[in-house]
Design a protein around this ligand. Structure first.
Ligand SMILES: NC(=[NH2+])NCCC[C@H](N)C(=O)O
Ligand SMILES: [Mn+2]
Ligand SMILES: [Mn+2]
Length: 300
């Protein structure tokens, strides 16, 4: 029997300053995500998009250094409810962004179903800021902290429980741009970070082996949150906060193959695709390639 999968788009661009990332879900759909997955072991329902309000033109930093807090909180609430509902039905949620602030809602919905949820945060950034530490006031730099219970109440209490995730259950892969407050938090909580340094030294294969075995032993489900800016901007230019020296498509592809083989994933999201900044939908196409591999496409 085929497993059910629910595709949920979140056209969110209020968690940061560059317009266009709201078109990410369309770009990924245009690149053929559904067709790709239907050829595999899934029965796909595309649920369309979660409503996101339009920027009010002010885009100001309110409520303690948080841009568009109200709108970001509202959409994440709706996303969390939908993810929760789909998981309740036994369907695998695949969330398409949109900026990374949507991980707040994805994780709120998913973690309700796992006492000990593991998270793989595949990203150039830690997204571990709060209003107090953020250099930008952009909520897309905060979702992982929010999920650990750190940040504005309107975000940490979505679906009425907090925290969603334990710091020791998180593995960050690909980090190369961390703000001072984020580094402090990583130290304080002793979080698992495979920065580009470790990836260069150990190779992606060993990094993924370690990460998978670590999470398999201690968690009861794993969410993959993949920010396309984890990849190198030479290869994946369609992102709002590019950082040079990133992961290659090959390394990322290998990571997806190893995750597919491990069968530890219980939910996933692909975020930060900005077609306005992209080169002929290359980044969305890359996302679809990674998604295909993650869900079982094989060479032989
Ligand atoms: N999901 C992302 N692309 N996050 C980028 C965050 C950049 C920076 N650390 C900030 O807090 O503003
Ligand atoms: Mn990032
Ligand atoms: Mn991110």
């Amino acid at each position: 029997m085929k497993q059910n999968m629910s595709i949920i788009g979140v056209p969110m661009d209020l968690g940061q300053n560059r317009r266009g990332v709201d078109m990410g879900p369309s770009a990924i759909r245009y690149a053929g995500v559904t067709e790709r997955l239907e050829n595999l072991q899934y029965h796909i329902s595309d649920l369309g998009n979660v409503p996101v309000s339009r920027p009010d033109g002010k885009n100001e930093v309110q409520d303690g250094n948080l841009r568009n807090l109200q709108q970001v909180a509202e959409s994440n609430q709706k996303l969390a409810e939908l993810v929760d509902q789909e998981m309740e039905k036994g369907s695998f949620p695949l969330v398409l962004g949109g900026d990374h602030s949507i991980a707040i809602g994805s994780l709120a919905g998913v973690a309700k179903h796992h006492e000990n949820l593991g998270v793989i945060w595949y990203d150039a950034h830690g997204d571990l800021n709060s209003g107090d530490t953020s250099p930008s006031g952009n909520i897309h730099g905060m979702p992982l902290a929010v999920s650990l219970g750190i940040g504005h109440e309107k975000l940490t209490t979505i679906l009425d429980y907090t925290p969603k995730v334990k710091p020791e259950n998180v593995v960050i892969i690909g980090a190369r741009s961390l703000d001072p407050g984020e580094r402090e938090l990583i130290q304080e909580k002793g979080m698992n970070v495979y920065s580009m340094h470790e990836i260069d030294r150990m190779g992606m294969s060993q990094v993924m082996n370690e990460a998978i075995e670590y999470l398999r032993e201690r968690t009861d489900g794993v969410h993959l949150s993949l920010d396309l800016d984890g990849l190198d901007p030479e290869e994946a230019p369609g992102v709002g906060t590019p950082v040079i020296g990133g992961l290659s498509y090959r390394e990322s592809h290998l990571a997806m193959e190893m995750l597919a083989e491990s069968e530890i994933l219980t939910s996933a999201e692909f975020v930060e695709v900005n077609p306005i900044l992209d080169d002929k939908n290359k980044t969305a196409t890359m996302a679809v390639g990674l998604i295909g591999t993650l869900f079982g496409e094989k060479l032989k």
